[in-house]
Design a protein around this ligand. Structure first.
Ligand SMILES: Nc1ncnc2c1ncn2[C@@H]1O[C@H](COP(=O)(O)OP(=O)(O)O)[C@@H](O)[C@H]1O
Length: 909
């Protein structure tokens, strides 16, 4: 850079740092006027003579180009032209030019002074600047002197001027080359910036990958259970620290890149100014400063990059180590969990063993006798089977079978072999309470030492993820239907630790591929088919079952089929128990439809057997009542109610068979419904620590966008199928009554009845902007758990209710029930104000008449207690949570009746 250019650039740069925009404009003008003077000297243009604007513009834009390309010869040629022009210059004009130049000098001096004032911090720069400015001053004063002398000594002055112009041309040429060089450097910097950006993106991607690895590793950790968790978590924490520090590095790198981008902007601006102006000195100075900054940023970025790479290396190393530890822990955990299964948590393990034995038996790999001996050993949880199974890893199936058979010993069990045949089972195929009963009762019986198995249809829509070890057996069970034999695939798996068989018919009717459980036009056919295959499966397995327990009309076919078809084939060790969960659904169809599954219509279409009260139809529930050894329903009060009009036409049959008919109150599965372990809740809680209850209430309000300003505003829940039985008109009334009382209401339910579903959809729309009411018209298990936990009260205003589970679940979750006194509700909820009942069993609010007034009164009483007697309310909540609604009591009743029947059967055999 030339001295004058550098000095000018430094001065102007200092001005720029401190000056207002007008000062900058002034500085540009100054430089322009100086260059115009020089050019005029060369071209002989009169300084005051206006050139055409387009020409001026062209001149400004092309000055650089002209300077770079002008050759010395051309300059000499031009000089001779200048000499002629110079002769024409008037003295006045020269004086004007000198004055202009002096003004310029003055301005430059001012700029220099300002620059000097601001250059305190950079003394070195100040000195350089001072020197350069001095040189510039000298040059300018010489120019001034030469101009004054020009009138006296023209020829000397002309040659001197030529030299100056020539020298300046050379300098400008140098400057241009320098600028070109700088531009190349800038382009290179851009490229390196691009590379750095790419590198940063790559680093970000690898960071994300590492985060994913960490997340999946953490989920693996969860699977490991409590095993070596302390050491494990320490490792995870270390990795997380590393991850954090890597993230910081990346953030730092991003910041640096941002800095680069700023710099890039400046460079762009600089390039633009280089393209449009001729202020080369200023630009060069800026480029200089910016280059220095680039260098320092580059250095910082490289240092940062280096550190980040070393962190990533460290992290990758830890990940490798982490994976090593993880696989070691998984192996250990698998081994331990098998041992744990066998020792501490046996149901799942033993259910698998017994399914294995059944599979071998059905696949004819072992004889029926061997199967029954092995089954009995499994049932008794014989340690030898456990050892053989645990050491069978890597063994061929045949070797395992042989090792099992070596141990097969005849034995007798005091337990019962019970098979439930049902259309639902929680959580794998659930529509309502029936599903809960199958798994709840099954588990409770299994705990008591009985061998319990379940047979279900293999629905396409069931929750397959709730089945463990689901596999299809290498056997096809053929079964009769409508005059033909149809193949069926048999699947096995465990659900809730219970062994389950799933039947998949190979019938063209695709009976269980309907994307729903019930509500198909051919339900009667579908379930009569299923009932027949279930018995066929038991028959072909050669098992000596004690109790076959069928449920509701869908599997009620089992009772007449067993006694009229299979008992005749020698499969007669079992006794049939039938439970009717709801007498509203009886499976009524034209009499001839009974023939599909192989039942004899003529034999059964009789008033004392299966004929329905309606002409020409048969009634499957009636058939089961007649043909079963034990008939139960789900609560004592409902058993009473169905003996009169509640029996929906079956009261007389029930009276005839009253000796084998009993009402046993359902229990609830206290593992599934446990607020202190419920994984669906935001916060788990218990009767002694109710904080979680209010936390869940707040969470549900937030989730459903309900008003949440008043924590004490009572929240009322209702979870139900929306069918007339459930008191749909009272549920509708509750919406208005509860808002009138100042509460909030959440309904979760759906309806198989179209007009009811539509009606509630209308109400839901009507209330969608009301922040105290939400109607959620769907089936949602997770949400059900949250509603039980979040609500303060729970309504069950049923017209009739065989048992009802929701009131029991609600109490377990500390939600006080407000229910109609009917069926199982009458056996489980006792009014707080009813003085005929001992205080310690009072647990909720009840009403009798199925009208709005009675229901409204019960709600008002509940609200009064809630608001006015918070202490009494709290005690009530805690008491409700502690009531034992488990299957423990009910299962003993089932056990007792099963035992009696089975003993009689054995005696008869
Ligand atoms: N919409 C729904 N979403 C989730 N669970 C529901 C829904 N409707 C009913 N349930 C559940 O189904 C069961 C109903 O059992 P119950 O009270 O005996 O009535 P029912 O068997 O007559 O339908 C309960 O476990 C309840 O929580």
């Amino acid at each position: 850079m030339s001295c004058s250019a550098a000095a000018g650039a430094e001065a102007t740069a200092l001005l720029i740092r401190s000056a207002a925009p007008s000062t900058i404009v002034g500085r540009h003008r100054l430089a322009m006027s100086r260059r115009t003077s020089r050019r005029n000297l060369r071209t002989g243009v009169h300084p005051h003579q206006k050139s055409a604007p387009s020409a001026n513009h062209r001149n400004r834009a092309s000055i650089q180009r002209d300077r770079a390309s002008a050759s010395i010869d051309e300059e000499q040629k031009q000089m001779s032209e200048d000499e002629n022009g110079l002769l024409d210059i008037q003295l006045e004009d020269l004086v004007g030019m000198i004055q202009n130049t002096q003004k310029n000098i003055l301005l430059l001096n001012q700029a220099r002074l300002q620059a000097l004032e601001r250059a305190d911090k950079i003394l070195k720069e100040k000195e350089t600047l001072q020197q350069k400015i001095n040189i510039l001053e000298m040059k300018l004063s010489e120019t001034g002197k030469q101009s004054v002398l020009s009138s006296e000594v023209k020829s000397d002055e002309e040659s001197l001027e030529f030299d100056v112009v020539k020298e300046e041309n050379m300098l400008l040429k140098d400057e241009m080359n320098f600028l070109k060089g700088k531009l190349i450097e800038i382009t290179e910097t851009e490229e390196s910036l691009f590379k750095l950006e790419k590198e940063c993106a790559l680093l970000n991607a690898s960071l994300r990958e590492l985060e994913c690895t960490s997340t999946s590793a953490q989920s693996d950790v969860l699977k490991l259970g409590p095993l070596q968790q302390d050491a494990w978590w320490e490792k995870v924490e270390n990795l997380e620290d590393l991850l954090d520090s890597t993230a910081n590095q990346v953030e730092h790198a991003s910041l640096t890149l941002d800095g680069y981008r700023d710099f890039q902007d400046k460079v762009d601006k600089l390039k633009a100014s280089l393209g449009t102006t001729n202020v080369s000195e200023f630009c060069l100075y800026l480029v200089d400063i910016l280059q220095q900054r680039v260098k320092s940023v580059e250095e910082r970025f490289q240092a940062c990059n280096h550190e980040m790479h070393s962190q990533i290396e460290l992290y990758e190393h830890s990940i490798v180590e982490f994976h090593g530890t993880l696989s070691k822990l998984i192996n250990e955990s698998e081994k331990k969990s098998m041992e744990h299964y066998a020792e501490g948590m046996p149901s799942e393990f033993w259910s698998r063993i017994s399914l294995l034995i059944d599979g071998w038996s059905l696949e004819k790999k072992i004889s029926i006798n061997d199967a029954s001996m092995l089954r009995e050993m499994a049932w008794k949880r014989d340690n030898r089977l456990r050892e053989a199974y645990l050491s069978s890893r890597g063994m061929e199936e045949r070797e395992l079978i042989d090792s099992f058979l070596k141990m097969a010993l005849p034995g007798t069990s005091s337990g019962l072999h019970i098979v439930h045949i049902a259309a639902e089972m929680a959580p794998v195929a659930k529509v309502g309470g029936l599903a809960d009963v199958i798994s709840g009762l099954g588990k409770a019986l299994q705990k008591k030492g009985h061998l319990v198995e379940i047979i279900l249809p293999k629905y396409d829509c069931m929750q397959h993820n709730q089945i463990n070890n689901l596999k299809v057996l290498d056997v096809v069970v053929k079964s009769y239907f409508e005059g033909n034999m149809f193949a069926n695939k048999i699947w096995t798996g465990t659900v809730e630790g219970l062994p389950v068989y799933f039947i998949e018919p190979q019938h063209p009717g695709k009976f269980f591929w309907r994307a729903q459980y019930y509500g198909e036009h051919d339900d009667f056919k579908r379930f009569s088919y299923f009932s027949r295959v279930a018995l066929e499966l038991l028959y072909q397995s050669g098992k000596k079952v004690d109790i076959i327990h069928c449920h509701d009309w869908q599997t009620a076919f089992v009772a007449p089929l067993y006694w009229d078809v299979y008992a005749n084939l020698g499969f007669n060790s079992a006794r049939i128990c039938f439970t009717c969960h709801n007498f509203e659904y009886q499976g009524i169809a034209p009499a001839q439809d009974l023939a599909y599954c192989g039942l004899d219509v003529d034999h059964l279409d009789r008033p004392d057997r299966m004929r329905d009260n309606s002409h020409g139809r048969i009634n499957v529930v009636k058939g089961a009542v007649v043909y079963s050894n034990i008939v139960t329903t789900v609560s004592p009060t409902y058993a009473q109610e169905v003996r009169s009009e509640g029996g929906r036409g079956l009261q007389d049959t029930l009276k005839v068979h009253s000796k084998k008919f009993v009402g046993i109150l359902n229990g609830i599965d206290t593992d599934t419904w446990n607020p202190s372990t419920d994984r669906f809740l935001k916060v788990q809680y218990s009767a002694n620590d109710l904080y979680g209850k209010s936390a869940n209430k707040a969470a549900l309000r937030k989730q459903l966008k309900l008003a949440s300003t008043q924590a004490s505003q009572p929240l009322v829940g209702c979870i139900t199928r929306l069918v007339p039985q459930k008191g749909v008109h009272l549920i509708r009334h509750a919406i208005y009554k509860i808002t009138e009382l100042g509460g909030q209401f959440v309904l979760l339910g759906s309806s198989p009845v179209q007009h009811i579903q539509r009606e509630f959809e209308g109400i839901a729309d009507q209330f969608q902007n009301n922040n105290n009411v939400r109607l959620l018209l769907k089936y949602d298990d997770a949400l059900a758990h949250m509603i039980f936990a979040a609500s303060d009260m729970f309504i069950v205003p049923s017209m009739f209710e065989p048992c009802g589970l929701t009131q029991m679940v609600a109490m377990r979750y500390g939600s006080v029930p407000v229910v109609r006194r009917t069926g199982g509700l009458n056996d489980s909820v006792f009014d707080l104000d009813d003085e005929t009942i001992p205080m310690e069993v009072r647990n909720g609010f009840t009403f009798l008449k199925a009208d709005e007034q009675d229901f409204g009164n019960a709600l008002e009483r509940a609200f009064n207690y809630y608001h006015r007697k918070p202490e009494v309310w709290k005690q009530l909540v805690q008491k409700d949570m502690k009531i034992d609604f488990s299957w423990d009591t009910s299962v003993s009743q089932y056990e007792e009746i099963y035992q009696k029947t089975a003993t009689r059967a054995r005696a008869a055999a």
